[in-house]
Design a protein around this ligand. Structure first.
Ligand SMILES: NC(=O)c1ccc[n+]([C@@H]2O[C@H](COP(=O)([O-])OP(=O)(O)OC[C@H]3O[C@@H](n4cnc5c(N)ncnc54)[C@H](OP(=O)(O)O)[C@@H]3O)[C@@H](O)[C@H]2O)c1
Length: 335
């Protein structure tokens, strides 16, 4: 099979990381890179073995791509996704599906209408340790799921787009969604309600994210809930606690101190604990890249298709509404 030609929009951290992951599948050539600044596009392209670069993503069509990887701030991502779907390309998008529910719905509809594959970039669903958690919890081996608890604290540079409400779509959509919410709902099932509280204590300049620190309880149809706390205030040197899953007859803890080359989880059941280890190569990024290539070659969905990924955008919107209006929000309101 000839290699898939992938063009990349963005030349930052994730464009380089996912570009390398695509190359590591051995099934891809990078055929062009576009960024805001041409020098950044050039250096990223060179790193990925490509000599086509530009500062206008619309010109990437000239490179004859089969699909596009989009790794840019979320507002720009919407514009690029709509252009790419209109032009008939399949898409791997770096993180969330879109910067708003409205844009996400438009992108999902466009993908369906044009029969295009879109995969949202939540790689944890391709992580063997998390696949085992999914198998254990969803399969009921540890009894009914009760709750998942996660925390993610981070200190971004206040000048970067992640801190810009408009450009990012807000903290619940960016950093909070990387609090494993996409993987947690893959494990716990259908989310139904959101109750959240938020504050802003450090960066209160106009236009900066509204929810700088945010805690959310997400309720699921099966009665379980997830507690997620995320913040752009991360005390230096203070590690995040590991996420954890509690079930009626046991629990699971992904381990922070796994042996080299391995990831591991500890499973608690019947008064005993057992460590289960998994090779961490190929990485979840490479596994997701391979799944995306399988999807575009076989014309079938991968694990994060747009209709499903829209839920992550709806959860983020519900977090903002709940925090602002001090009430529990039903996800049905976001539809
Ligand atoms: N899955 C994960 O684990 C994970 C982790 C972190 C982030 N993410 C996601 O990855 C994506 C990219 O984030 P990042 O951290 O890589 O961002 P980043 O390092 O800030 O890079 C953003 C890139 O977008 C480019 N850009 C901005 N506006 C553009 C435009 N109009 N046209 C073309 N390029 C434009 C910038 O160009 P210049 O270089 O010229 O400025 C830059 O190269 C986001 O969706 C983010 O949420 C995912």
């Amino acid at each position: 099979m000839p290699k898939q030609r992938i063009a990349i929009v963005g030349a930052g951290n994730m464009a380089r990381a996912r570009g390398r992951a695509l190359l590591d599948t051995g099934r891809v050539e990078i055929c062009g890179v576009a960024a805001r600044r041409v020098q950044r596009a050039e250096s990223c392209a060179a790193e990925l073995g490509c000599d086509v670069f530009c500062d206008d993503f619309r010109r990437l069509g000239e490179a004859g791509p089969d699909a596009i990887l989009i790794e840019v701030p979320h507002r720009v991502q919407d514009e690029v996704s709509i252009w790419a779907l209109d032009a008939g390309y399949d898409l791997l998008v770096g993180g969330c599906l879109a910067s708003s529910v409205e844009n996400g719905r438009q992108i999902a509809e466009l993908a369906t209408r044009n029969s295009r594959i879109v995969e949202a970039g939540f790689q944890r669903r391709y992580d063997p340790a998390w696949e085992e958690i999914q198998r254990l919890v969803a399969g009921g081996e540890l009894g009914a799921p009760v709750m998942a608890v996660t925390t993610a604290l981070w200190n971004p540079d206040p000048a970067v787009w992640y801190y810009d409400q408009e450009e990012s779509g807000g903290m619940p959509l960016t950093h909070m969604s990387y609090c494993y919410l996409n993987a947690i709902r893959w494990i716990l099932g259908r989310p139904t309600t959101v109750s959240a509280i938020a504050n802003r204590m450090r960066n209160t300049a106009p236009g900066r994210v509204v929810e700088e620190t945010c805690g959310a309880l997400i309720g699921f149809a099966n009665g379980a809930f997830a507690s997620a706390t995320a913040s752009y205030i991360g005390p230096e040197g203070m590690p995040d606690p590991q996420p954890r899953f509690v079930c009626a007859e046991g629990g699971i803890l992904p381990n922070a101190d796994s042996p080299p080359g391995k990831d591991s989880i500890t499973v608690f059941h019947g008064g005993r604990s057992e460590v289960r280890a998994f090779a961490n190569e190929p990485s979840p990024f490479v596994r997701q890249a391979a799944a995306f290539l399988d999807a575009i070659e076989g014309r079938h969905e991968a694990r994060n298709p747009p209709e499903d990924a829209l839920l992550d955008v709806e959860i983020a919107a519900a977090v903002s509404v709940s925090a602002k209006e001090h009430r529990t929000v039903s996800l049905a309101e976001m539809r």
